[in-house]
Design a binder for this molecule. Structure first.
Ligand code: SF4
Length: 478
């Protein structure tokens, strides 16, 4: 019971379909506007916010610069605390570890804390293939799972759904997954949350194995950290006997002092709260308290590829707050599904190509163009990721990856012609003279069917002057 992004079309096609959905646009505008305003209010309360952002970026850069040694330190700390550490190069290896742990305990279901890493590797689908049901316990993830839908936001995966739609999903689908929704369920938020609470409670009490991600992993002590708003994560992290945490290798922070900076940046940037309602930390196994068997899967899955990208490696600073999504004019109009990934919005437009590499498929190659380059994402990012610069660099990489095509794009032909003209002063002077003579047909030329018209639909094509500067200069300064 969950959709998959596999086979999604390139961004322009998917975006066109999303733009035609007025209900979706209304839901998105309302939800992103509310979170955006909340964030702006609480960020304005912190006088040293810019210093915090700089500190967050510096800590991440320092850690990424020496990632190998911090990861080894984390592994040693985790092992000393009684956890078992696994290294996974890709999604298949990570999924196999989780499935093997679940199988070893003879279970056919696991409960899950909301986790981007497990969505990225398609864990639910992989577990389903070996007969294990993975139950999402975050309210928004539950809505997406029951609705056989796809997440459309990092923090609020069901942001594209309104209350009436959620009520419908609960009434139609909850019974098929466990405790049914009450017959008289209305679309009152408290009633919807109550129905989800009762539905999930029996899963928490029954589950013997839980799966989580981690927002941070502290290398000096081997402590994993999950921040959340609902308490479902705390239930998963404390009730089951076995816990498997899938953690991206970029989540490591050296010390608790470093963690402090991120625990101040994250809640204000994500939900617009001063503090996270639930911040859970655990360090390996504590006898008689919580899971007595803890596994940690340290996941690469393209992160070392991203780390090797000189400009793009800053994307690994991301703490998944989703502030960049909420301010992005493109995301607000098309929603998350159009990006064809669990990572939508501005961060998705750079992270997906960095993790997968460009030149391999049209969907990934289309993402760096899914932006107006307005820079709003950079201004709100709590770890100062310069998303516009990474987008521009990735666009260049996409162009480079296709340079050897047999039939070059019209844009490439035009650029090559421009390069030839600009490469020689006499050729440029001649082109200026010609463009001055045909200026009266200029507007008509731009309207001819073909790439020219597509280009000028959303851009101005300035009419060339009757006389170029070069011609005026040589006429008046003979
Ligand atoms: S790129 Fe920055 S603003 Fe966007 S999700 Fe990551 S940390 Fe948040």
């Amino acid at each position: 019971m969950s959709g998959t992004f596999v086979g999604m079309p390139a961004f322009p096609t998917a975006a066109r379909a999303a733009l035609a959905d007025t209900q979706l646009r209304h839901n998105l505008a309302h939800a992103t506007g509310t979170i955006r305003d909340k964030r702006a209010r609480v960020v304005a309360e912190v006088a040293e916010w810019e210093d915090l952002r700089t500190a967050g970026a510096a800590i991440k850069d320092r850690t990424l610069h020496d990632l190998a040694s911090y990861l080894l330190q984390l592994e040693a700390s985790l092992t000393a605390a009684g956890a078992t550490v696994h290294w996974a190069r890709d999604a298949a290896e990570a999924n196999a570890v989780v499935a093997a742990v679940a199988k070893a305990h003879g279970v056919d279901e696991v409960v899950k804390v909301k986790s981007m890493a497990t969505q990225e590797i398609g864990l639910n689908e992989a577990l389903a293939e070996v007969g294990i049901a993975a139950w999402e316990t975050d309210l928004a993830e539950l809505i997406v799972q029951l609705g056989d839908d796809l997440p459309s936001h990092i923090l609020v995966p069901a942001i594209h759904r309104n209350r009436a739609e959620i009520r419908q999903i609960f009434r139609e689908r909850m019974a098929g997954a466990g405790r049914p929704a009450p017959d008289d369920l209305t679309d009152d938020p408290a009633e919807l949350a109550g129905a989800a609470r009762l539905h999930l409670r029996e899963k928490f009490l029954r589950a013997r194995v839980a799966v989580s991600g981690a927002n941070f992993a502290v290398a000096e002590t081997g402590t994993l950290v999950v921040v959340e708003s609902e308490g479902n994560g705390r239930m998963c992290l404390t009730l089951p006997e076995v816990l498997v945490s899938v953690v991206g290798i970029e989540k490591v922070v050296p010390t608790w002092q470093d963690l402090d900076v991120f625990l101040r940046l994250l809640p204000r940037s994500s939900t617009g709260e001063r503090m996270n309602p639930y911040t859970s930390t655990w360090t390996g196994v504590t006898p008689g308290d919580g899971p007595q068997e803890v596994h940690v899967v340290l996941l690469d899955n393209g992160r070392t590829r991203a780390l090797a990208d000189r400009v793009g490696r800053q994307a690994l600073r991301c703490i998944r707050c989703s502030a960049c999504l909420n301010v992005c004019p493109v995301y607000e109009r098309v929603g998350g599904h159009a990006y064809g990934s669990v990572y939508p919005g501005p961060i998705g437009a750079i992270l997906n190509p960095l993790l997968h590499g460009v030149g391999g498929d049209t969907q990934t190659d289309s993402l760096p163009y899914a932006s107006t380059l307005c820079g709003a994402c950079y201004e709100v990012c709590p770890v100062k990721i310069d998303i516009p610069s990474v987008l521009v660099d990735l666009r260049a990489q996409v162009v480079d990856a296709h340079r050897d095509r047999r039939a070059p794009h019209a844009e490439a032909v035009a650029m090559r012609a421009a390069g030839w003209i600009f490469g020689d002063a006499r050729r440029l002077a001649r082109a200026e003279r010609v463009s001055g003579r045909i200026r009266r047909w200029w507007a008509r030329l731009a309207r001819l069917p073909g790439p020219g018209r597509r280009w000028t639909t959303a851009r101005d094509l300035p009419t060339p002057p009757r006389e170029s500067f070069r011609a005026w200069w040589s006429r008046t300064h003979r």
